[in-house]
Write a protein that binds this ligand. Sequence first.
Ligand SMILES: [Zn+2]
Length: 90
Amino acid sequence: MKFGPTRENDDSWGLLPCPFCGGAVTLELAKESIDVIYGPRRWWGVVCRNTGNVGGTCCMEQVPSASKRAAVSRWNMRNGVSERLQEGEE
Ligand SMILES: [Zn+2]
């Protein structure tokens, strides 16, 4: 697995497929915020946009991370991925 330090192309991140439907996923900007210390921050999360499932759409969303690298790293470790769907916290 390789992570290019300055690459913006999602394809270069080596994302693993969606653990729920096996579909392709994308790294997306989830939200932006202003931090008192760090200033403007961008939050990134991996999202599954697979709508070809039997039984409906997947729409899996990862809890956002403060950097692309962190989001990809967490995704590939399956960290923070299953919480929302399985426990239905919202
Ligand atoms: Zn999926």
